[in-house]
Design a protein around this ligand. Structure first.
Ligand SMILES: Cc1cc2nc3c(=O)[nH]c(=O)nc-3n(C[C@H](O)[C@H](O)[C@H](O)COP(=O)(O)OP(=O)(O)OC[C@H]3O[C@@H](n4cnc5c(N)ncnc54)[C@H](O)[C@@H]3O)c2cc1C
Length: 232
């Protein structure tokens, strides 16, 4: 049995929501993310309506639209959950025993063991950010996208589709575009969240379906319900 019952890679809207719900239901959850400074970090301020009872709803403050403050409230709630371990690391590949995923390798060195692994990596697979003439390996402004996990998944035979989204200019940030990859629809089972090429592997959020924050949060909650059912 792994150290975590469920290990979620990526503390964005979908991964954080799933982790929070699972931990509150008593599941031992690891939530691994490449930067603790970007836990549940929006591109632009989230706007209601939100799924009732969600972490997104709890972290939202209509009187405070600062992105940093929204992130800080969400991180505070996640860190207060006793069954949830939020930590900083960058997943570079999947640890496998035969056809089963048993954890992840990290860029920092230590591997992390788990019974089930969820990829919730948003717009960070093979991502390029375009800002005017500048092109960077980044999944959002000021956040690098490292090539290892995407290359590892390609090496395992996973197929992807290219995607693109843009952020309009605001008084404090320039407009920019992000090109990234999402799993090919044939790689993902919508009802179970499984990536059936390997056992014990799941995906949620923008890396499998497009949509706004509220949908990402809703999908995180739906994944949690599915895993709670599987775990009995
Ligand atoms: C450019 C752009 C702008 C958007 N703007 C909006 C908007 O204004 N409003 C809206 O409603 N929706 C917007 N969306 C759509 C979508 O709702 C958001 O992208 C949302 O953040 C997706 O949630 P997520 O949980 O799937 O991914 P994210 O919130 O992006 O979270 C993914 C997390 O995974 C982490 N991660 C990635 N790779 C690794 C790794 N190898 N190891 C560890 N951690 C890793 C990242 O650090 C990140 O924290 C936008 C999408 C894009 C691409």
């Amino acid at each position: 049995m792994g150290a975590y019952q469920v290990l979620i890679v990526g503390a964005g809207f979908a991964g954080s929501e799933a982790a929070y719900r699972l931990a509150r239901a008593g599941v031992r959850v690891g939530l691994l993310t490449q930067s603790l400074d970007s836990v549940m970090m929006p591109f632009l301020p989230p706007k209601p309506p939100f799924p009732p009872g969600s972490l997104l709803e709890q972290a939202y403050d209509p009187g405070d639209e600062r992105l940093w403050a929204f992130h800080a409230r969400a991180k505070y709630l996640l860190e207060g959950e006793k069954n949830l371990h939020l930590f900083q690391a960058t997943a570079t590949g999947l640890l496998r025993e035969g056809e089963r995923v048993v954890g992840v390798d990290t860029w920092e060195g230590p591997s992390v063991a788990a019974d089930r692994v969820v990829l919730a990596v948003g717009s960070f697979l093979g991502a390029r950010l375009h800002l005017g003439e500048v092109e960077e390996e980044a999944g959002r402004l000021s956040e690098a996208s490292y090539p290892d996990l995407f290359q590892h998944l390609l090496d395992l035979g996973f197929r992807f589709l290219p995607r693109e989204a843009s952020v309009p200019e605001t008084p404090s940030t320039p407009g920019y575009r992000v090109r990234y990859h999402a799993f090919h629809p044939e790689e993902w089972e919508e009802a179970t969240f499984r990536l059936p090429r390997l056992k014990g592997l799941y995906a949620v959020g923008l890396c499998v379906r497009e949509g706004p924050y509220a949908l990402m949060s809703q999908e995180g909650l739906r994944l949690a319900e599915h895993l709670l059912h599987e775990l009995g």
